[in-house]
Design a protein around this ligand. Structure first.
Ligand code: EPS
Length: 397
């Protein structure tokens, strides 16, 4: 991620979908943050769930192996390195060996029929491979496991300041939750690991599941929309002052970078574009006894002028249907240039809930970075002092 997007909390991932492991490198967290490894692993587990997943999740049991930056259960202000083992590596060791190989297994898994919608063709042309395997291994959404590990650390920092992040599924294909979900509902559905699609309304969820079933039956895939809510976000994160300091822009890029996300909406952005201004803005009042500015609505999604306004941050990711189709589309062979059917090995047919978990991680990382920019310190205690002094300023405003 470019340093202009995340300035204080930098993170990178490495690893191929069927390589030995996924790696995360996270730098910039203050010292003294209590690290709950069970929570990190629970987040990884949540990403693996959801109705419409393929065979891979039966093989994997994603767990974070922390190699650096955490000692005696807390951060020490040093870079954090995490490794997530790919159990499937055992089946791919010969095919994707690090050393040069002329093993027949490797040749047999070359991929020359690029899938429309995947990075296969554009990536192969760009890097000059006539085998999309080298591209798809990294383009795969398996990489989001590494992001979720980094995001779990960001969530642990945010929790210290009362900010929580959760997601839920609003749409699968054309079945949509038409009412607003409350924070309590979203929180409850997040805690329910047995929820098939993480939709707060069981009736709507049943209809969504029928769409997923229909896609499986037809050898097709379905996309949809997830919503991420960051609850109890302080006013004043991000800035209006410079284009690359606007927090809405940073959040949009972070979410758009999640595999298969093709659109992002903040608050009621899409509806607002077709409405009168008077129906879109959130009117302001002041509660003298609580010494607080209040909003009657939150159509801005908690962001005005690129700055958090103290309301919940609400952001939606629109996922296109996954491009790996059991009933493949037409494509052109990258070597012979002849018309062929796109490659198919195995795939998910609906990943909207998993996309939401990956999205939560990205939102957490951007918000944690914004916290560090505003309240930064070398230790959590120093950061807390800065936070409390600012909270007093807001209280006395
Ligand atoms: C994924 C693992 C992958 C895919 C999926 C995400 O595993 P495999 O390719 O071995 O089946 O299930 O990847 C994609 C959606 C994609 O387009 O590549 C995971 O762990 O999330």
């Amino acid at each position: 991620m470019a340093d202009t997007l995340v300035n204080m909390l930098r993170f990178y991932t490495a690893g191929e979908s069927h390589g030995q492991a996924l790696l995360t490198f996270l730098s910039g967290l203050p010292a003294g943050l209590r690290v709950d490894l069970e929570f990190v692993n629970h987040e990884l587990h949540r990403r693996q769930l959801g109705y419409g997943r393929g065979g891979r999740q039966k093989i994997e049991k994603d767990r974070a192996d922390v190699f650096a930056g955490v000692r005696h259960g807390q951060t020490i202000g040093a870079p954090i390195a995490v490794r997530i083992e790919n159990r499937d590596w055992a089946n791919w060791e010969k095919i994707l060996s690090v050393e040069a190989t002329d093993a027949p297994e490797a040749a047999s898994r070359k991929l020359v029929a690029p899938r429309p919608g995947h990075a296969d063709l554009a990536g192969s042309q760009k890097f000059n491979f006539h085998d999309a395997r080298y591209v798809l291994e990294r383009a795969s959404a398996r990489e989001t496991a590494a992001r979720v590990a980094a995001g779990a650390f960001a969530k642990m920092l945010l929790r210290e300041f009362g900010t929580e992040i959760a997601s839920h599924t609003i749409q699968v294909r054309n079945v949509r939750l038409e009412r607003a979900a409350t924070w309590d509902e979203i929180r409850a559905v997040n805690a329910d690991i047995d929820s098939p699609l993480r939709c707060v309304d069981p009736t709507v969820q049943d209809k969504m599941m029928s769409e997923v079933d229909a896609a499986l039956k037809a050898g097709d895939t379905v996309g949809g929309m997830f919503e991420i809510v960051a609850h109890k976000v302080p006013v004043g994160l991000g800035s209006h002052a410079q284009w690359d300091e606007k927090l809405d822009g940073k959040l949009a890029q972070a979410l758009m970078s999640v595999q298969a996300v093709k659109a992002v909406e903040i608050g009621a952005g899409i509806l607002a574009a077709g409405s009168f201004g008077s129906a879109v803005q959130d009117e302001i009042s002041y509660d003298k006894s609580a010494r607080k500015f209040l909003r009657a609505s939150n159509r801005a999604g908690g962001l005005e002028g690129g700055i958090t306004n103290g309301e919940d941050v609400v952001i939606r990711g629109f996922l296109k249907p996954i491009s790996t189709l059991r009933k493949p589309l037409g494509t052109a062979d990258m070597v012979t240039k002849e018309p062929v059917q796109a490659a198919y090995e195995r795939s998910d047919w609906c990943v909207v809930p998993a996309g939401g978990v990956a999205g939560e991680a990205m939102v957490a990382l951007v918000l944690a970075d914004a916290f560090l920019q505003k309240f930064g310190g070398d230790s959590l205690a120093e950061m807390r002092r800065n936070f409390e002094s600012y909270a007093k300023q807001i209280d006395e405003f």
